[in-house]
Design a protein around this ligand. Structure first.
Ligand SMILES: NC(=O)c1ccc[n+]([C@@H]2O[C@H](COP(=O)([O-])OP(=O)(O)OC[C@H]3O[C@@H](n4cnc5c(N)ncnc54)[C@H](O)[C@@H]3O)[C@@H](O)[C@H]2O)c1
Ligand SMILES: [Zn+2]
Ligand SMILES: [Zn+2]
Length: 352
């Protein structure tokens, strides 16, 4: 089969590799019908995630059709159309039993690390994919939900909601600022309304993404490059700062923006994948009663979000901006990595 193989920082190729095979009785093999590219894939290619070894197939988002099932799989069948969660879940370990799939102790990839696809085992940017612990790691797609909507549930919708909105403890009436209006930030913007956010302020250097944010529920936007950006944000509050600041970029500067915007007693929810240390001014924050949360998505809200997507309660249709075939994977990367020029949000890559 063909797959997108990582060959070290800055190097990747769409090349022929052996087809995946069932390795454990709890595995399934899927034919990848639709996949996409995540900001995290770009971080890997920048060298920010050194645990990814050269030779790895990248990608952790997929919708596909089951072509083979392991002997222990009883609730899935060949032909089922499924969403693959970006996080493995053995369903048996103490973390899985608490819904903390991000730290699943199953030994696929590494015990204690839930994000294995395109990280510690081969990922979804390929014609076929082996899914370990399949019964707990895939979700059947209801009829009527197209792949281009379902694919947003593998990672970005649960990430924005769980690590941004839920970890940030967004409550009815809150003023929420989201730094970074990429797909993950937009997912946080569109799910902040589920928790009753009153004002939702999008900050992004890219004017197109600031404009797009309004289609997903942002009520205001601020250009973080403006010299008075902080005053602009404070003017949208009662002068005290935002209740919740969500970081969805992954660089020290944007975490710092969150520190500067949050009001006393407020929450900072970090979603971005960081490759460099961030300085934390604990000496200032402690006296302001600031809560800070960090996290890797669990996807334990995937079913709930899928119900909302199936009922068309979330504007996921607006996320897909560019369509490619698997054989055009290198072009898809080029378009996604130049989002400011191409105006790409999510690229949808389907089987040839
Ligand atoms: N915690 C998790 O479980 C998890 C899961 C998935 C993705 N992520 C991370 O979430 C982050 C966002 O993902 P994405 O796919 O939306 O990425 P993306 O690269 O598409 O979007 C990032 C956005 O940040 C903007 N930006 C860059 N510098 C900025 C600055 N100084 N101020 C304001 N905006 C700035 C960019 O214009 C872009 O729109 C990434 O770091 C990704 O790795 C985390
Ligand atoms: Zn991702
Ligand atoms: Zn587990």
């Amino acid at each position: 089969m063909k797959a997108l193989v990582y060959h070290g920082p800055g190097q990747k190729a769409w090349e022929e590799i052996p087809d995946p095979t069932i390795q454990a009785p709890t595995d399934v093999i899927i034919q990848v019908d639709t996949t996409t590219i995540c900001g995290s894939d770009l971080h890997i290619l920048k060298g920010d995630v050194p645990t990814v070894e050269p030779g790895r197939v990248l990608g952790h988002e997929a919708v596909g059709t089951i072509t083979e099932i392991g002997d222990a799989v009883t609730t899935l069948a060949v032909g089922d159309r499924v969403i693959v969660s970006c996080i493995k879940s053995c369903g048996k370990c103490s973390f899985c039993k608490k819904g903390i799939y991000s730290h699943c102790l199953g030994d696929e990839g590494a015990s204690g690390m839930g994000w294995v696809f395109g990280h510690l085992i081969n990922g979804t940017q390929a014609e076929y994919l082996r899914v370990p612990y399949a019964e707990n790691s895939v979700y059947k797609v209801p009829a009527g939900v197209p792949d281009s909507h379902a694919i947003m549930l593998s990672d970005i919708l649960p990430t924005g909601f769980e690590i941004g909105v839920l970890n940030g403890q967004v409550k009815p009436g809150d003023i929420v600022a989201i730094v970074g209006a990429g797909p993950v930030g937009l997912a946080a913007i569109m799910t902040a309304s589920l928790q009753g956010a009153a004002r939702v302020i999008a900050l992004d250097l890219d004017a197109n993404r600031r404009a797009e944010a309004h289609k997903f529920g942002a009520t205001h936007d601020v250009d973080p490059a403006a010299s008075d950006w902080k005053e602009q944000v404070f003017a949208l509050t009662d002068g005290l700062g935002v209740d919740v600041a969500i970081e969805a970029v992954g660089i020290p500067q944007t975490f710092d923006s969150c520190v500067k915007m949050v009001r006393p007693g407020g929450n900072i929810a970090n979603v971005g994948v960081h490759g460099k240390p961030v300085e934390l001014p604990v000496q200032d924050l402690w006296i302001h009663n600031i809560n800070i949360s960090l996290g890797l998505v669990n996807t334990n809200t995937l079913s709930m979000l899928l119900n909302l997507v199936a009922e068309k309660k979330l504007p996921v249709d607006k996320l897909a901006t560019h369509y490619f075939k698997l054989s055009q994977m290198m072009d898809a990367y080029d378009t996604f990595s130049r989002a400011a020029e191409t105006k790409a949000l999510k690229v949808v890559i389907t089987r040839d």
